[in-house]
Each structure stands twice: as structure tokens, then as C-alpha cells.
Design a protein around this ligand. Structure first.
Ligand SMILES: C[S@@+](CC[C@H](N)C(=O)[O-])C[C@H]1O[C@@H](n2cnc3c(N)ncnc32)[C@H](O)[C@@H]1O
Length: 449
């Protein structure tokens, strides 16, 4: 892998950020605010848009709007966000804002950014599925690539506006252990991505695309945890440790996360030793249960592996999600499913029972348990289990298709056809009419004439 280009000597060091910006609620470090102001003040040429993805209460927007104002150039910062309040991670950085979960914070954004309003155009946008069709972008500030899926959508949705060698793609979350996809995606394709700047403190790194992001020689498909393996991810992070020393503590933490996701317990121990050797006096150290909580990434990966019938991978991802300081009960679902699909019925039942014990109000493990029982010839038990499930489908029909397919199998293959049909007929009209249920319901109804 060729060494990345050396980042710039940070000419934004001398830039002054007005005190009014320093007072805004923010999730950005001082050097990041200086950098954004410098970008639009002295680097912006005017041939493309300035876009802020994930503007929150406007700190990043205002830094870029202020630089633009100081440059004397025309233009506005296009600021995109869902504008839906999530107290879980927003409240601590904005103690003055009191909103419920999901509350609209756009009015707060407008209030806080009012002095720069002639330089800002804010829009409520869900970046999942959004496509930019407003011409080339000169500066794309990305502070919303908070998951593998969202990164995939942002790359696809903005790719056409990225001019190779010219558009700055500023990844604000680049050094964050919880956004490890950013170094993995960029560092494994040095033929596609060129790093040109990063900040002294904070987590920002900026890239140019060396060629169009999609098409020949571009990104092949979506990125997911399963797109990488331990050897690659570990090598990438160790390379970052060398090439970006200001991110040392963050990358060391990411090494632990990578080891928990892809490596062995010995790899985790080795990576933890690197973190223990770091000086965290300037930075918050993530607690182990947050840093090593990988189920949010790996449980969906395990389900995807089940869908493509790669049961070995499904078990690997799911088992990892049950280990370490933050085991997840949700991992027993795909683990049990992979065991079920490979004929290990007793082990599958054990996993579903564990899931049920940990999540007693969750219906999923009951449906899966009914499936195991039926496959073991315990069809009466399976019907009793489904009798517990059916009344709950009105409120949430997500497992209805699975439950009715199971009922049909019992009705078709055992002597319990009347019992299975009677149970099906007890379902509400709403459930019977679901597209995922209709055919199986009709079959069962015919069994009792
Ligand atoms: C870390 S905050 C951004 C901080 C901000 N740039 C600043 O300077 O203070 C991330 C933002 O991304 C937004 N976001 C998350 N998912 C989104 C989505 N699907 N579409 C649009 N915005 C999203 C959140 O609402 C949140 O405001």
C-alpha cells in the first residue's frame, strides 16, 4: 500500500474565529473551527457549492459562513440536517436547548445562526436516500456519516458532484473509533482517495477523490463490516498511528474496536495495551463497554450473512457480539437462525431461549422457538407458542409472515391441520390481509372448509 500524501502544514493556525462563534453550542474542537473558517475564507474559489451535511445547531455552518463573509465572495452554505432532537447525544453539548426526543430543532438553528443568515440556506433532509442534483460541490463537509449505511448513501448521493482532484471532502468523524469505516474505506483505496489536510485537535481529515467515485476503477459496491477483515483493518489503523500522530489516542482506541470486531481475544488484549500506553489527559477516554460494543455493527452483518446463506460468517459475527464487555442479547437471533439452518436444532433452541430470557417482551425469539419445536416434531408446543404470538401481531406485524408460514407448514405436514387452521382464523382481519400473510392464511382457511 503506497504511503498517503503528507497532510498540509496547517496554514489555518493563525486564523481568528470571532468570539460569537466560540459561544455557540458545538461538537467541534477549536482547530476544526479555525480550519473550516480558513477553508471558505482563503481556499474557496467559487466554482461549486459549499455543503454542510449534519449541521446540527450550526457551529460548522457558521464557521464556513463566516469565512465566506470574510472572503467577500458570493455564495451560501447549504446546511442539511434531519433537525430531529436526540437528547441521548445532543443535550450534553447544548444545555440551553430543552426538546423532547424527535423534537424539531430547526427554529433553534435559525435563532443561533441569525447573524449569518444571508450566508446560509438550511434544509430538512434525510441523507438516507437523498441525491444532490445541484451541480458541482467545492467543499463537502460531512458530519453525518454516522453508520456504514449512512456513509454508503452519502457517497452515492453526492458522488456526481465531486470533482476529482478539486472537491474537498471533509470527514469530521475521521478519527472517531465509532466511525471506523472512514479510515477503512479511504485507506484501503489510496488509488481513489488522497488525504490533503487534517486538524491538530478534533477528528477531522480532508480528502480529494483521485477519480470519479463510482464507475470504472471507483467504489465497487456498498461498504459493510464484512467488507474488511482483521489483517486489513489492523494494518490500516497502525498506518494511521504512524502517518497522523495527532490522532494517536483515537486510532489506538479504534485498534481495540477493530480487534473486538474481527480479531481474537489475544488481539483485543494486545490492542488494549496500546491504549493503556496513551496519554488521555487532553482527551476523553471511551469506557470499555462503549468502545467494545460492536453488536450495533455486527448483528446486522450476521443477519445479512444469514440472508446470503453464509451461515459460518453469520455465526462468527453473532458470536463476537455475545462476547466482551458489551454482549448483546440481539445476537442470539442470527446465531440461532444460522444454527437452525445448519441443522443444529438443540443449539439453536438454546440461543433463542437465551434471547427470550434477556428480552422477555420481544416476540421474535418466540416465533423462532416455535420453528425449532416444529422441526423437532414438537408441533403441539409450536402451536402453543404461536398462540402466544398471534394476538401481538396487530400492534406490530413484523413477524407475521414468518408465523403464518410456520402455521401453514404445520397444517400441511402434520395431523394438526385443524388446530393450525383454527389458530390462523383467530387472527384479525388486519393481520390476515397483510401481503406477507395472505396466501398462507387462505391455504389454512381452506383446510377447515
Ligand atoms: C455530530 S452532529 C453535527 C455537529 C455539527 N456539525 C456542529 O458543528 O456542531 C451530527 C448531525 O447529523 C445529523 N444527522 C444524523 N443522521 C442524519 C440523516 N440521516 N440525515 C440528515 N442529518 C442527519 C444529526 O441530526 C446531527 O445534527
Amino acid at each position: 500500500m503506497p504511503a498517503p500524501a503528507s497532510p498540509s502544514p496547517r496554514p489555518w493556525r493563525g486564523i481568528d474565529v470571532p468570539p460569537s462563534i466560540l459561544e455557540l453550542p458545538r461538537m467541534l474542537y477549536e482547530d476544526e473551527r479555525r480550519y473550516l473558517t480558513w477553508l471558505t475564507k482563503s481556499q474557496y474559489q467559487g466554482w461549486g457549492a459549499i455543503v454542510d451535511l449534519g449541521c446540527w445547531l450550526g457551529c460548522s455552518t457558521v464557521c464556513m459562513a463566516e469565512g465566506l463573509r470574510q472572503s467577500g465572495k458570493q455564495g451560501k452554505v447549504a446546511a442539511f440536517d434531519l433537525f430531529e432532537w436526540d437528547p441521548g447525544y445532543m443535550a450534553q453539548d447544548a444545555p440551553g436547548v430543552q426538546l423532547p426526543y424527535g423534537g424539531d430543532f430547526m427554529p433553534e438553528f435559525h435563532r443561533l445562526t441569525a447573524p449569518w443568515k444571508d450566508r446560509i440556506a438550511a434544509e430538512k433532509v434525510d441523507l438516507f436516500g437523498y441525491r444532490w442534483e445541484r451541480g458541482p460541490i467545492e467543499i463537502l463537509f460531512v458530519d453525518a456519516a454516522k453508520s456504514w449505511g449512512l456513509l454508503n448513501h452519502i457517497l452515492r448521493g453526492f458522488a456526481d458532484a465531486i470533482v476529482p482532484g478539486k472537491t474537498r471532502i471533509v470527514f469530521q468523524d475521521y478519527r472517531l473509533p465509532m466511525c471506523l469505516w472512514l479510515p477503512l474505506v479511504t485507506m484501503t483505496r489510496p488509488d481513489l482517495w488522497q488525504e490533503i489536510e487534517n486538524t491538530t485537535n478534533g477528528t477531522t481529515a480532508t480528502f480529494l477523490a483521485r477519480r470519479p467515485l463510482f464507475g470504472e476503477g471507483g467504489i465497487g459496491g456498498d461498504y459493510w463490516p464484512e467488507s474488511f477483515d482483521f489483517a486489513t483493518a489492523d494494518r490500516v489503523l497502525r498506518e494511521r498511528l504512524r502517518s497522523d500522530p495527532d490522532g494517536k489516542t483515537s486510532y489506538s482506541e479504534t485498534l481495540v474496536r477493530v480487534a473486538r470486531m474481527y480479531g481474537s481475544e489475544a488481539d483485543v488484549v494486545r490492542a488494549r495495551a496500546v491504549v493503556d500506553g496513551c496519554d488521555f489527559s487532553q482527551q476523553y477516554r471511551l469506557p470499555a463497554d462503549r468502545l467494545e460494543e460492536v453488536a450495533g455493527d455486527l448483528v446486522p452483518a450476521a443477519w445479512r450473512a444469514c440472508e446470503r446463506r453464509d451461515y459460518e460468517a453469520a455465526m462468527r459475527f453473532a458470536r463476537r457480539s455475545t462476547e466482551g464487555p458489551a454482549p448483546s442479547p440481539w445476537a442470539h437471533g442470527p446465531l440461532g437462525m444460522a444454527l437452525l439452518a445448519t441443522g443444529k436444532l438443540a443449539e439453536a433452541e438454546r440461543e433463542f431461549l437465551r434471547m427470550h430470557q434477556a428480552l422477555p417482551d420481544c416476540r421474535q425469539p418466540l416465533v423462532y422457538l416455535a420453528d425449532v419445536q416444529s422441526q423437532q416434531g414438537r408441533d403441539r408446543e409450536a402451536l402453543s407458542m404461536l398462540a402466544r404470538v398471534l394476538p401481538t401481531l396487530d400492534a406490530d406485524p413484523s413477524d407475521a409472515g414468518y408465523a403464518f408460514a410456520l402455521l401453514r407448514r404445520i397444517g400441511e405436514r402434520t395431523e394438526l391441520r385443524r388446530e393450525a387452521a383454527t389458530l390462523a382464523l383467530s387472527a384479525s382481519v388486519k393481520v390476515r390481509s397483510l401481503p406477507s400473510v395472505g396466501k398462507d392464511f387462505e391455504f389454512l382457511a381452506r383446510l377447515v372448509g
